[in-house]
Design a binder for this molecule. Structure first.
Ligand SMILES: [Zn+2]
Length: 144
């Protein structure tokens, strides 16, 4: 297939985000927590966006989230994703607080705003990417 010769773009880790991508390779959802105001933040930053402290620690997020909003993509922004259309780009609210841009792996007719989700992992090249799927009773834990 012609489209399989087009490589999907990969993340470009920075010194600030490197820890996130290293954890993702171990299927760990690492986010930062401000030790000054106790809030969790994502995406990775050098200063807390709430109080401007630089006292940020890395912690492991539960992977539990709720769907905030989504968009079904029929015309991909990059040709490498053409064979995946339609696919779903979503904003999910982690139970720890931060909102994350991601992909949903949920059948489109089952998607509902506010639905419970859990992180899942997909390998791409040397990276492992967090996506979200429906949380069900086999996932354990307690919903937010
Ligand atoms: Zn803070």
């Amino acid at each position: 297939m012609i489209s399989s010769s087009i490589e999907k773009p990969l993340p470009t880790p920075t010194p600030t985000s490197r820890r996130f991508w290293e954890a993702a390779c171990e299927k760990v959802l690492a986010i930062q927590r401000c030790s000054n105001c106790d809030r969790h933040i994502f995406y990775p930053r050098n200063r807390c966006p709430h109080c401007w402290s630089d006292r940020l620690d890395w912690v492991t997020a539960s992977g539990d989230a709720r769907l905030a909003t989504f968009s079904v993509i029929h015309k991909p922004g990059h040709p490498a994703f053409a064979e995946e259309t339609p696919y779903v780009v979503a904003l999910v609210d982690l139970v720890e607080g931060p909102r994350m841009l991601t992909n949903l792996r949920v059948p489109i007719d089952l998607i509902q705003i506010g639905m419970l989700l859990i992180v899942s992992w997909e390998e791409r090249g040397d990276f492992t990417l967090p996506v979200f799927r429906m949380k069900d009773e086999t996932d354990g834990g307690s919903p937010a």
